[in-house]
Design a protein around this ligand. Structure first.
Ligand code: ARG
Length: 460
């Protein structure tokens, strides 16, 4: 299709390095949609006869059906999906097929197809995130009161509720969702009609093709349009950060499912066994979600590095934009689905969580807070008293909330009966009623607000 000035054909390795069909065949639907929009516009502008436009449109629809049935015949000599579609078109309608490429280049064609694909990836990511949020909300509601240890430095800090912990991940996902929605909004300009790099002398209606393909408007600069892949970077950045969030949640599941924690029991559906150790129940899906995030981060970095040295406008390096994008899209979709499934099916073990929350004198802050609010002790001093109480408990081999009133008063006589009631993990979480805090009533409010937001199914 471009061989007019050539005498010899390409070397075998040239053909191999040049061909992208094995990868970019995934753009077939977008390629056909963009070509049909282009042909319809050419006809409206009297650049293409109504007869040719009709023949092209019908045949393109047929080619789409063929590819959908798995009938695409891959030929490295035809390089990419754009030439495969056009070649098949020419087999069907002959010379008229050659008119489709009027006022168009593969440069604006691939930018358009790829953008349509990435736009769809954003929509799919948002749908996948919503599904995971729904799973988190259901489990958070179920365990709004369940007490577990809250960690800093992975040391027991203060008791929290499992509902609060799960809702923390929901917050990350809300931000992820808004990043995908934002990326989608920003990318929604049509490159079609930018031609090879400089625009075209034909009297195109770029507004028409943009509207036909669901874009908000045509892009403003042809040089930028054919070489811009920021939209894919935006997607990959949102995907990488979302993957990092999923990886953190996966890491929690791996920890919680381990014997020393025992906070959750992995259901059979989300575990694998060991071929040598019959006792094993391994959290492979969670580990793979954690592992996949490394690849998605790599995909983002690969595209950034690909772009950084490119002068305007198109260069063939850009053909390598697709593997990282496709890889990240596939991995993210799987990770979101696996995480939603695991969260829905995990069997939490609230007794283990509560026991762990009570260990480690996790209500020492509550004793200090009580001294501040009921005995008018300055916080720094109260902190010191509570620390001494912890040391006294440790010396006696007891938990802080197992100390008797006399034992506590030996530490500081300002402590009275009322303080004892504050030292259980339940009263500790119930006390943390500040906005955004872990008190069960706050968690229930957060869940209700989230449900109202979910019902609207809109980015934040
Ligand atoms: N397969 C190419 C790509 O994905 C299409 C654009 C080819 N353009 C060109 N000037 N050779 O980037």
């Amino acid at each position: 299709m471009w061989g007019g000035r050539f005498q010899g054909g390409p070397a075998a390795v040239m053909r191999e390095i040049n061909a992208s069909i094995a990868v970019d065949k995934r753009l077939w639907k977008q390629d056909i949609a963009a070509s049909r929009a282009h042909a319809a516009m050419l006809s409206m502008q009297n650049i293409l006869s109504p007869e040719d436009a009709r023949a092209i449109d019908l045949a393109l629809a047929e080619v789409g059906l063929e590819i959908e049935r798995g009938e695409l015949v891959e030929d490295p000599a035809l390089e990419d999906i754009h030439m495969h579609v056009e070649h098949r078109l020419s087999q069907k309608i002959g010379a008229a097929a050659g008119r489709l490429h009027t006022a168009r280049s593969r440069n604006d064609q691939v930018a358009t197809d790829f953008k349509l694909f990435v736009r769809d990836c954003c929509d799919q990511a948002i749908a996948g995130i919503y599904a995971l949020e729904d799973a988190l909300l259901a489990r958070a509601e179920q365990h709004a009161d369940a007490v577990m240890p809250g960690f800093t430095h992975l040391q027991s800090g203060q008791p929290v509720t499992l509902g609060h912990h799960l809702m923390a991940y929901r917050e990350m996902l809300v931000r992820d969702r808004s990043r995908f929605a934002d990326a989608r909004r920003r990318m929604n300009e049509s490159p079609l009609g930018s031609a090879a790099l400089a625009g075209t002398g034909f009297d195109l209606d770029r507004e028409a093709t943009a509207a036909a393909l669901g874009f908000d408007r045509p892009t403003a600069n042809s040089l930028d349009a054919v070489s811009d892949r920021d939209f894919a970077v935006d997607y990959l950045h949102a995907a990488a950060l979302c993957s990092v969030h999923l990886s953190r949640l996966a890491e929690e599941i791996v920890l919680w499912a381990s014997q020393p924690f025992g906070f959750v029991k992995l259901p059979d559906a989300w575990s694998t066994g060991s071929s040598i150790m019959p006792n094993k129940r391994n959290p492979d899906a969670a580990e793979l979600v954690r592992g996949h995030s490394a690849r998605v981060i790599g995909d983002l970095v690969a595209l950034l590095v690909l772009l950084k040295g490119l002068p305007l406008a198109y260069a063939k390096d850009l053909q390598d934009d697709k593997p990282p994008l496709f890889d990240a899209h596939d991995l993210l979709g799987l990770s979101l689905a696996a995480m939603a499934g695991m969260i829905a099916d995990l069997a939490f073990v609230p007794e283990r969580m509560r026991a762990a929350a009570a260990a480690g004198h996790a209500t020492a802050t509550d004793l200090a807070d009580w001294l501040v609010s009921e005995a008018d002790v300055p916080f720094r001093e109260a902190h010191h008293v509570a620390g001494s109480a912890v040391a006294a408990a440790e010396a006696k081999g007891k938990a802080l909330d197992e100390l008797t009133l006399d034992e506590l008063r030996a530490v500081d006589p300002r402590i009275d009966q009322r303080a004892l009631a504050r030292l259980s993990v339940e009263s500790s979480v119930a006390a943390r009623r500040s906005a955004g805090g872990t008190a069960p009533e706050r968690v229930r409010q957060a869940i209700a607000a989230a449900r109202a937001q979910q019902a609207g199914r809109e980015g934040r």
